[in-house]
Design a protein around this ligand. Structure first.
Ligand SMILES: [Mg+2]
Length: 178
């Protein structure tokens, strides 16, 4: 299978002192349809700072889940991160210092600053992804509407259930391989 993974919230944790709803409040546009804010210069600098390695701990248990199937070459893994281009340097440093890149057959980054859901929609189609994991439920609802034949997984801390025919809430990353 071709399996796609988001980066933040799947393999990399948020800074410990900011709640998830706080990040979403900052990142989302306040409108009815799904839309993400592209921040101005001062906020870009702040976000760059908050993306330094010391504030973004590795989610080790999720890395462990994909190491074995990767070694056995059972599946092809793709890292698909919609981080905007101003975080490119921080992202590359993070991936190389944790040696994350070698876990994936290819990595895709949002260097042209597309809206994250549209960027992911595009890449998922290009790579003929069969399963995709993310921690952003609204984004997954959008994607699962676009592609009925792909299975989408919402990695979260509270729920484990079927949200739509092709959208599943899971608490453990290993559930993606079932
Ligand atoms: Mg995420």
């Amino acid at each position: 299978m071709n399996i796609g993974f988001d980066l933040d919230g799947v393999f990399i944790d948020k800074p410990p002192f900011i709640p998830k709803w706080g990040i979403e409040l900052l990142y989302r546009e306040r409108s009815k349809s799904l839309s993400y804010r592209f921040p101005g210069k001062p906020e870009q600098l702040l976000r760059k700072l908050s993306h330094k390695r010391m504030f973004r701990p590795l989610i080790k248990k999720n890395i462990d889940v994909i190491i074995n199937p990767k070694r056995q070459n059972k599946h092809a893994f793709f890292l698909i991160s919609a981080r905007f281009s101003f975080l490119q340097k921080e992202t590359e440093n993070l991936l190389s210092s944790h040696r994350l890149k070698e876990l994936f057959d290819a990595t895709w980054f949002n260097v042209s600053n597309m809206q994250p859901h549209l960027f992911k929609e595009n890449v998922i189609k290009k790579l003929t992804i069969h399963r995709y994991v993310d921690d952003d439920l609204e984004l997954l609802m959008f994607l699962s509407n676009c592609y009925a034949h792909i299975k989408f997984f919402w990695l979260n801390k509270k729920k484990k259930k079927v949200l739509a025919k092709n959208l599943f809430a899971i608490q453990n990353l290993s559930d993606v391989f079932r």
